[in-house]
Design a protein. Structure first.
Length: 176
């Protein structure tokens, strides 16, 4: 086995990424406070060709050194938009045909491994604040809630880890 060089990875340029077809998924960040987590979400969204990130409420926005530190340039390759109110963003996305999915531990939540996205459907996955999760108003306004199965004591993942797990799972189910 030999590690591949950057040249062998055939990375697309930012300009090329802006023109190619993306996965039918957008990420909505509901009051995420850590700039490092926001940067990680950009980087993960770039890796999985996510359409757009919506930064809502107190969620920080580029340009910012702490976002850039973890995004590693992904703030240029992933489209994003800021909205003061998550519910306004959700209403807009709903009118555009997105299924709104809160990623949260809730009664009647569907476990991620049991969720099967439709290939011709658009999805908006909503992630919440590091301490409080997705706001109850946002959960109530969502079409469904997906929970990441967890088996340890904490029953808690960092938001950047949750985004990685959910996007990897959804993109894999949509494309393979």
């Amino acid at each position: 086995m030999r590690k591949l060089s950057n040249e062998e990875l055939y990375r697309k340029s930012v300009e090329e990424l802006k023109t190619i077809s993306k996965n039918p998924i957008v990420v909505v960040l509901d009051n995420v406070r850590s700039l490092n987590n926001i940067g990680s979400v950009f980087r993960t969204s770039d890796a999985f060709l996510i359409e757009k990130i919506y930064l809502c409420g107190i969620t920080g926005t580029p340009p910012h050194n702490d976002i850039n530190k973890t995004a590693l340039g992904a703030t240029d390759s992933v489209a994003w938009e800021y909205s003061a109110k998550t519910l306004d963003t959700m209403q807009k996305l709903k009118s555009e045909g997105y299924i709104l999915i809160a990623i949260e531990q809730a009664d009647n939540a569907t476990m991620l491994n049991e969720f099967h996205p439709k290939k011709d459907q658009k999805y908006a996955v909503i992630f919440g604040n590091e301490a409080y999760g997705v706001d109850q108003e946002v959960v109530s306004a969502s079409d469904l809630c997906i929970e990441i199965p967890q088996f340890g004591f904490k029953h808690s993942l960092n938001i950047s880890v949750s985004v990685g797990v959910v996007l990897w799972d959804l993109v894999g189910k949509i494309n393979f």
